[in-house]
Design a protein. Structure first.
Lengths: 509, 614
């Protein structure tokens, strides 16, 4: 039964279905020598019927039903039931996690790695378990931890109170943390498994390189009943350090299916309408948005935002709750429009609602288009155009565009092979300041003095992120820039100054 | 604009409709924020933000923080900055302390805040007051820092509502460019637009320049320079005002007769007590000389010899000047309101353009004025009446030129009285109104008009041409160019060249001028040379500079030294020992000035960095 760690994670990566995670869990349980009593392990397996089902691949349904009814010894039963009710469509994961945790006083697996997309309920499930079962835990968001010291501080103060955390030296190292933890846990040994939950664990990779491997086998290091749960949106392969480390137990939270989304979204139905109506509304909403967005949070936001519009005919008495088709006809174009603007957050919810109010007066939506709104001084516009030309034309073609007697240069023979591909596909190229100024002087129609303000306009453009500075070695003598605006943008800009930029672009000859 | 902010912030307290619990207001400062003056980091919107900050503090929440991108290169620093401003200087993290203390304080802060706010609001409000964070220059922030900060804040929104205000200079889509969807979906974004900078400029113009209240005036050329800098270079109203202040300083400094540039009574008083020197100066003013020429010969003699007489005349002229200004501005506004609605804006879209052309030359001699009058002549009746009413409003508010106002109202009355008799004409003129914008149609109508006029004119047309005649006479009487008024030099600042030199500097040109013509700066006659020759008496740097102009992109140091020695050998007294050292020093000075830099492309060569005269 004992398999190598390598095959373990491979299996987990390949089989992402709940049953896969189950198998993975079972293997993990068997592979690691968790000091639980052999009797209880046997009970666990018998109850789940895992030993047989490993081979038979049980269906989703059977496992779900089983795990709901599954009582975990050591935890109050009614709490478990309410927990299962509060976490719809995550029963499988809940049961697996509970089984993984074992009884409160048993040693658990040293580290668990939970991954899944955004809004698949990773943190919610884990934290709900911790809170409802009142387990000792430290929940840390790695975004907040700009240094590892902060992480240590939060963990220690969660387990042993702020006094213990205050004992940390000013710039604590990992060994300080382990030493202090040991010292504290010898004073107050764990009666229950302690959990360290690290949200957005991908940020840990940017911290000290030894931190992650150490945390993965923290149980071993501090000799305490502690489990580290890592939550992340990306897979374990992207975490594994070069030097190798203790392999955590991998556990995947799959995306919600459409049916599950309907089930969850129907939960927050409006009190003054029937749940059926809300469910049909959710169905319509998902029909529009499911193809572009599966984020539960976003969908909830959209559902709340558009529900009042959906109910409008009902309130006016134009339709009954049973006229689903009529309601659909009413809401459908509205949702399509919502997809264009609200989803991108171009308008706020308040503005969106206001727009819906005076929809009758002005049918055209006030969408904030990107380029119509930028106002720049006259020479800045030309500087930007010149920068665009310098970025997207090969330097060798400048003669052709900006000299009066350039002779005839054929496009085909003139350039090297790699220059023949569209420069717009390759993206902007860096150019020196000299070239920018030379092009600027030849595109601007009047004679411009090289005043200080012309040069400060370049740096203003850089601050506005319309240009970007490239390279850091020689900023004073010969700085290099790149133009970072789109063709549409530059077309709009050049239209305002009456300059035909397409005529000067090598790609459009 | 500020009222809006408040409403939103208040509205936010009430509205808890959205699942996204974080509210971000982003003010889109379209142009104002375009700051670009020589590293002066005080853009126009600093003032806007300051007043917004005060307003929020007074009316919404005491917890207002404003941060600048420069100070917040990392999340740590950003949080530190925010906390420092929130909790007062006393709790500020001192620099020696390690980074994590800041974040520890942040977590403590979330506990402290609800308590604080409770004590402040005496628990009238169940909600705690929001914390407002103003990001003054959104574009300059590192997007990773912003993302992290928003994520961290989103964790605490349950206990502590946050409002972010982003000052964006480009376009609202910058938010989407800088923040990934996972972060921007945490925000509830509302967009506000500030006034465009040209509107700001217009209001500054109205308040400071197109106003008879202030005796100090700008000549047309100076206005053109200032507006040019604004439109072509920086879009900064603040710089415009600075330019105005500078020209005022310059005027009072350079023109001794500016002592007469003050309020009327004071000016008359000081005119009475003019010193002999100043009387002489007045005699030399071009405008005064022009005035003298128009006088009788006997009077001319008096003016040129009798000081007392000059003083008296001067008082009279000053009075005239003040009266001219008083009448000028209302009539200018009338003319602008009449012509600003015409197609193609023959006299300019903005009143400043009209003003410039008025003070520069006789407006009625220009082609644009003619075409404007032509267009006015074909106005429909209702339009004409509306335009005249607007003029009457303007004149009413100024309380001068009552006779003009009387006449105008008389015209309006007569135009309205026509209504009953000539309903047929009304229809025709109504039609013309639709064709107004089409140029071809316009031409046709003009021609038609021309031919019809020769035939016969109906009462409305007669009256209309009378109105136009009247307006024309007003323009000829009151909008005479200021530069032709006697003694205008007292009030008008007109050295645009100086202004351009001071405000729109060209550092490189002046360095190059100094290096190629050291004579101007050192004031040494012996340095005066012909173009193309190099004098050995010039400073080493100048010689080296002139020699390097003859080279290509890469300069061979040895050749350069040889040439330098050749030039030096022309001088009589020479000590050969120090020449190498002098050359090396000059070359390093060139490098310091940014004309050359060392290169690895070729040994013993330096690269030239500047080309051409500019």
């Amino acid at each position: 039964m004992v398999s190598t760690p390598l095959s373990k994670w491979k299996l987990a990566a390949i089989t992402s279905a709940p049953c896969g995670a189950y198998m993975n869990y079972a293997e993990g349980l068997m592979a690691s020598n968790i000091p639980t009593s052999p009797q209880e392990t046997a009970v666990d397996f018998q109850e789940m019927g895992l030993q047989d089902k490993l081979l038979r691949k049980p269906t989703n349904q059977s496992i779900t039903r089983m795990s709901v009814t599954l009582q975990c010894p050591g935890y109050p039963e009614d709490t478990l039931r309410s927990l299962a009710e509060r976490l719809p469509c995550r029963e499988t994961q809940l049961a697996t996690l509970l089984a993984l945790m074992g009884q409160p006083d048993q040693y658990s697996y040293p580290s668990v790695f939970i991954y899944g997309h955004r809004a698949t309920g990773k943190s919610h499930v884990v934290l709900s378990i911790m809170k409802d079962l009142e387990l000792p835990h430290a929940s840390v968001d790695c975004v907040e931890c700009v240094s590892s010291g902060l992480l240590f501080h939060q963990v220690l103060s969660a387990f042993f109170g702020p006094d213990a955390a205050a004992l940390l030296p000013r710039c604590p190292s990992l060994s300080d943390f382990v030493r202090l933890y040991k010292q504290m846990s010898s004073n107050s040994p764990a009666t229950q498994t302690r959990y360290i939950i690290l949200d957005r664990a991908e940020r840990m990779r940017d911290m000290d390189f030894s931190l992650l491997p150490a945390l993965l086998r923290l149980q071993e290091l501090v000799n305490d009943n502690v489990t580290v749960i890592l939550l992340s949106e990306i897979v374990w392969e992207k975490f594994r350090p070069n030097t190798g480390c203790f392999e955590p137990l991998l556990f995947h939270f799959p995306d919600y299916s459409k049916a599950e989304l309907v089930q969850i979204l129907s939960w927050d139905h409006h009190p003054s309408y029937t749940p059926e109506l809300y469910a049909s509304y959710i169905n319509i909403l998902l029909g529009v948005f499911f193809s572009v967005c599966r984020d539960l949070r976003e969908l909830r936001h959209l559902a709340v935002l558009n529900f009042s519009k959906f109910c409008e005919p009902l309130e006016k008495g134009e339709a009954k709750e049973s006229d689903i088709h009529k309601l659909w006809k009413n809401i459908e174009p509205h949702l399509q429009r919502a997809m264009q603007t609200v989803y991108l957050r171009e308008v706020s919810s308040v503005q969106w609602e206001q727009q819906q109010m005076d929809e009758k007066e002005a049918t055209t939506l006030r969408v904030l288009s990107a380029h119509a709104h930028i106002e720049l001084p006259y020479y800045s516009k030309f500087l930007l155009i010149a920068a665009y030309l310098a970025s997207f034309n090969p330097a060798r073609t400048d003669r052709r565009f900006f000299l009066k007697s350039h002779g005839k240069i054929r496009k085909t023979n003139f350039l090297k092979k790699h220059e023949k591909t569209s420069n717009h596909l390759l993206g902007p190229k860096p150019f020196p300041l000299d070239r920018l100024m030379a092009i600027f002087y030849s595109v601007v129609d009047s004679r411009v003095a090289p005043t200080a303000s012309i040069f400060s306009q370049i740096s203003s453009l850089v601050t506005l992120q319309l240009l970007s500075q490239v390279g850091h070695d020689d900023q004073l003598d010969s700085p290099k820039y790149k133009c970072s605006v789109s063709l549409d943008f530059i077309l709009a800009i050049s239209r305002t100054v009456g300059f035909d930029v397409v005529k000067y672009l090598y790609d459009f000859l | 604009m500020h009222v809006d902010y408040c409403e939103i912030c208040d509205g936010k307290n009430i509205g808890t409709y959205s699942t996204a619990s974080l509210l971000a207001l982003s003010i889109i400062d379209l142009c104002e924020t375009f700051y670009c003056h020589l590293g002066v980091n005080v853009p126009d919107h600093a003032m806007t933000f300051r007043s917004l900050c005060n307003l929020l503090q007074d009316s919404v929440t005491p917890f207002v923080v404003s941060v600048h991108a420069k100070e917040c290169a990392a999340v740590k620093l950003l949080i530190q900055k925010v906390l420092e401003q929130l909790m007062g200087r006393g709790v500020s993290v001192d620099e020696e302390q390690e980074d994590d203390t800041a974040l520890l304080q942040r977590t403590q802060c979330t506990i402290i805040f609800p308590q604080r706010t409770e004590s402040l609001t005496n628990s009238d409000l169940p909600q705690s007051l929001p914390v407002v964070v103003i990001f003054k220059d959104f574009e300059a922030f590192n997007s990773q820092v912003l993302q992290d900060f928003i994520l961290i804040c989103s964790r605490y929104t349950q206990e502590l509502p946050f409002i972010f205000i982003f000052g964006i200079a480009t376009s609202p889509s910058a938010i989407q460019h800088r923040l990934p969807h996972s972060v921007s979906s945490l925000l509830c974004i509302e967009v506000f637009h500030s006034l465009s900078c040209t509107q700001h400029l217009a209001s500054v113009f109205d308040k400071l320049i197109l106003n008879s209240q202030f005796p100090f005036k700008l000549s047309s050329r100076v206005i053109q320079v200032l507006v040019g800098i604004f439109l072509y270079h920086d879009f900064s109203v603040q710089n415009f005002v600075k330019g105005l202040q500078f020209s005022m300083l310059e005027h009072f400094k350079s023109q001794p007769l500016s002592m007469l540039c003050c309020q009327k009574q004071e000016a008359l008083l000081s005119a009475k007590t003019l010193s002999k020197k100043n009387v002489e100066r007045i005699r030399h003013l071009p405008s005064f000389m022009r005035y003298v020429e128009t006088q009788e010969p006997q009077e001319q003699v008096q003016l040129l010899t009798n000081d007392e007489h000059v003083k008296e005349v001067c008082q009279q002229l000053l009075k005239n000047l003040h009266k001219y200004h008083k009448n000028y501005y209302p009539i200018l506004q009338c003319l602008h309101s009449l012509t600003s609605s015409l197609p193609k804006f023959p006299l300019g879209k903005h009143i400043r353009e009209l003003h410039v052309s008025c003070i520069e030359k006789n407006l009625w001699e220009t082609e644009e004025y003619d075409s404007a009058l032509q267009l006015l002549r074909i106005l429909a009746k209702d339009e004409l009446v509306a335009a005249l009413r607007k003029c009457a409003e303007i004149l009413k508010s100024t309380k001068i030129l009552q006779n003009v106002l009387q006449q105008l109202e008389d015209f309006i009355g007569r135009l309205e009285a026509l209504e009953e008799d000539s309903s047929g004409n009304g229809i025709i003129s109504g039609k013309m109104e639709y064709q107004r914008t089409d140029l071809f149609q316009l031409q046709k109508t003009l021609l038609e008009k021309e031919s019809r006029r020769t035939k016969r004119m109906n009462p409305f047309e007669v009256l209309r041409s009378q109105v136009i005649e009247f307006i024309d006479s007003l323009v000829r009487e009151y909008l005479t160019p200021a530069e032709l008024q006697p003694l205008n030099e007292v009030c008008y600042y007109n050295s645009s060249g100086v202004l351009r030199q001071r405000l729109n500097v060209t550092p490189r040109t002046s360095i190059q001028a100094a290096l190629s013509h050291p004579f101007y700066y050192l004031q040494n006659e012996s340095l005066k040379t012909d173009a193309g020759t190099i004098s050995s008496a010039a400073p080493d740097l100048c010689i080296v500079y002139k020699l390097h102009l003859e080279c290509g992109r890469l300069i061979n140091l040895y050749d350069w030294l040889e040439a330098f020695l050749t030039v030096m050998s022309a001088a009589e007294d020479q000590d050969t020992n120090s020449e190498d050292a002098r050359f090396i020093q000059a070359v390093s000075e060139m490098e310091f000035l940014g004309f050359i830099k060392s290169t690895k492309q070729k040994t013993d060569h330096v690269a030239r960095l500047t080309w051409g005269g500019c």
